[in-house]
Design a protein around this ligand. Structure first.
Ligand code: HEC
Length: 104
């Protein structure tokens, strides 16, 4: 009985660690952000009114909008082209990086 409980606890712990590992890493995101800098600026503040500022938005919101471009739920040719080759982990890292940047 005790063993069963301990196994359940270990299982929950592994599940929890797994979730954390999948979260975005801002440092890794910064490395991946070069491709985006031309349009969104190096830290997510765009120099052109054509392109939205993406610095300082909520991480989850950034992640969700990038996934929406990837899955075609949001349609924009340039964004789709840049997001298409990225993995979900890349997108999580980029979201963490831009969320950590000041919005001004
Ligand atoms: C060729 C220019 C260009 C490049 C390169 C580009 N974007 Fe974009 N991005 C845009 C434009 C334009 C929009 C607004 C599109 C729309 O109207 O939906 C946008 C929208 C977004 C949004 C949604 C912003 C919001 O507030 O809704 C995110 C997040 C984003 N881009 C992230 C990225 C990331 C990360 C990269 C690099 C992998 C990238 N973009 C590369 C032009 C670009």
């Amino acid at each position: 009985m005790k063993t069963t409980l301990r196994l359940a606890a270990v299982g929950m712990l592994v599940g929890f660690v797994g979730t954390v590992a999948a979260a975005g890493d801002p440092a890794a995101g910064e490395q991946k952000a070069n491709a985006c800098a031309g349009c969104h600026g190096k830290t997510g503040i765009s120099s052109s009114p054509q392109n939205p500022n993406i610095a300082g938005q909520h991480e989850q919101a950034l992640y969700d909008s990038m996934i929406a471009y990837k899955e075609g739920k949001r349609d924009h040719p340039a964004m789709k082209a840049f997001i298409a080759p990225l993995s979900d982990q890349d997108i999580a890292d980029l979201a963490a990086f831009y969320a950590s940047q000041p919005c001004k």
